[in-house]
Design a protein around this ligand. Structure first.
Ligand SMILES: [Zn+2]
Length: 247
């Protein structure tokens, strides 16, 4: 059995290939498309966390960033570990940090071959940590950057589904694609699919209050569904609230 296919550099098109067929057998190819390995919660035992996940069958890890510091940290981890890749960008909580200077630095970091996406970027009106105008500006300028660099985007969206989708529709991001991280079912599956985007599914599907969500997820075409943990956050039930691991 060949494993060459699972050791190649992942792209989002590639990560959705959960199952690699080979002759009459197949490999389950599990990639954690969203884990914050750079965060402090993993500072003391990151090697162990990665070893446990690898043992459990995770072949690759994509570490998204939330600002410039974490973009650099994510890239450093991607350089240190062969199966870790970075996504770089400013989360909506850091939207006020986006200016010409920081965007230029981000553009520079994003050209490293270990960077596979721009993210996580988007809109968050649930917690008003930054102004809406800053969030729109940061989101749009990073979408432009992603298109210029021909990179997909990882979208964080909370209480801002309509605005997020209308901004995405005005961009050319469909050419490079997008994953709706922590997809919660509040945007129709058909709409996401018709735009050529992906849905990131993780721990919340197991939550007691998930109600009809598992039924919605069941309607997502498998080639549009991406596995993610959002570690160290969003632990599945019954571990909800505890540190999450890619394992
Ligand atoms: Zn995240």
């Amino acid at each position: 059995m060949t494993t060459t296919e699972i050791s190649q550099k992942p792209t989002f098109w590639y990560t959705v290939n959960l199952i690699t067929f080979y002759e009459d057998t197949f490999l389950l190819n599990l990639i954690d498309s969203h884990c914050h390995l750079n965060f402090n919660q993993f500072k003391s035992d990151r090697e162990l966390v990665l070893a446990r996940a690898t043992e459990a069958g995770i072949t690759c890890f994509i570490n998204p960033a939330v600002d410039l510091t974490t973009s650099r940290e994510a890239l450093a981890l991607a350089h240190r570990y062969p199966n870790v890749y970075a996504a770089v960008g400013f989360h909506p909580y850091s939207a006020d940090k986006v200016n010409d200077e920081t965007l230029a630095i981000l553009a520079d970091i994003a050209q490293d071959e270990n960077v596979v996406a721009i993210g996580e970027i988007g809109l968050d009106f649930y917690r008003d940590r930054t102004s809406k105008s800053d969030q729109y500006r940061a989101f749009e300028s990073q979408l432009t950057l992603a298109q210029n660099l021909d990179l997909p985007v990882i979208i964080h969206q909370r209480d801002a589904a309509e605005d997020t989708m209308s901004i995405l529709k005005t961009t050319e991001v469909s050419k490079t694609s997008a994953v709706l991280h922590a997809y919660s079912g509040n945007i129709a599956v058909e709409e996401v699919v018709s735009l050529g985007f992906y849905m990131g599914i993780g721990g919340p599907i197991t939550f007691k209050n998930a109600k009809g969500f598992p039924d919605i997820v069941a309607t997502i075409p498998l080639n549009r569904l991406i596995v993610e943990t959002d570690s160290p956050f969003l632990s599945p039930h019954p571990l909800r609230g505890k540190r999450n691991e890619p394992e």
